[in-house]
Design a protein around this ligand. Sequence first.
Ligand code: ATP
Ligand code: MG
Length: 335
Amino acid sequence: MGKKILEVKELTTKYITRFGEDVYAVDHVSLAIEEGKSLGIAGESGCGKSTLALSLMGYYFPPLHYTSGDIIVDGKNISTMKPDAIRKSVLGTEIAYIPQAAMNALNPTQKIIRFIEDVVRVHHPKMPKKEIYDSARKRFEELGLPASVLEKHAVELSGGMKQRTVIAISTILSPKVLIADEPSSALDVTSQKMVIKMLRNLMDKGYIKSMIFITHELPLLYNVTDDIMVMYAGQIVEKGTAKEMVFEPVHPYSQGLMGSIIVPEAGTRDVKLTAIPGTPPNLKKPPSGCRFAERCKYVTNECRAISVGLKEFGDDRSYRCIMDVDKLREGYKHE
Ligand SMILES: Nc1ncnc2c1ncn2[C@@H]1O[C@H](COP(=O)(O)OP(=O)(O)OP(=O)(O)O)[C@@H](O)[C@H]1O
Ligand SMILES: [Mg+2]
């Protein structure tokens, strides 16, 4: 086993709304990523992917609150660090986060090099502009971006170029973990491919040591990440290698996610199945039993009554369901 770059144990966080209600968006999530590896997180809208991404940085501000659990980055536990310490010694260097729709949030009146100066100066307040510019130019060129982008404003860049620029800015300090939240979702297919190529390039060149890639599309992760976790209603419902998760999903929810999208790969189904019927539960009042119960075709009264933890099987895989793995697999084959 390689060195663990990120280890998360039983992380639980919640929103407290202005009406004082709790929204349990991240519930006892555990994960680990080794050096040089990438993890994909998939799940439909509202299942807690972005909240998990935010929570992983250990940087909490209302309405998001930390409840319990550990976040260990390269051996250092950051879960109980104060926000100021997180900002100074974690963000950008240990963990970099590219928020969902980050490219649309870039201040249009500022030159790209200024964003880079802002990021670098948090950690190197005295570094001369020329030095920052030279290293940014070198990094941009190595990542296949023209150095002329540095002198441009965000409005002058196309969507794909803007997204790749955001990624280059966020990783300028070579963070150990990069968390990219839906980095390719709003882009056309060509730009998507370029974004994914760039993320791979960052990893191959050692500018990032590990990556978390978030998307609502499970099959997209097959070509991007080593491992995949599927999230449902704030919980992990299944984990495995990308190949296992795409070709042999076990949890009825992962099976539904997989089955609802066409994948033009040998061995996968070529018919477009209907999306999973129903909607996720309200996270203000999550059900006490299985959170997927009301949408599951195998549901029994026992499912509604008992909350099952993740069960391990095979070679480092796990799933959260009362049913036996073989029965679930059998059911998928005959779907
Ligand atoms: N600021 C907030 N205050 C209260 N609840 C919130 C807040 N932001 C998100 N939520 C709730 O937390 C849950 C998880 O939302 P989150 O944005 O993490 O989902 P997601 O998986 O990233 O969805 P998407 O695919 O649409 O980006 C949802 O029920 C959402 O309504
Ligand atoms: Mg999101």
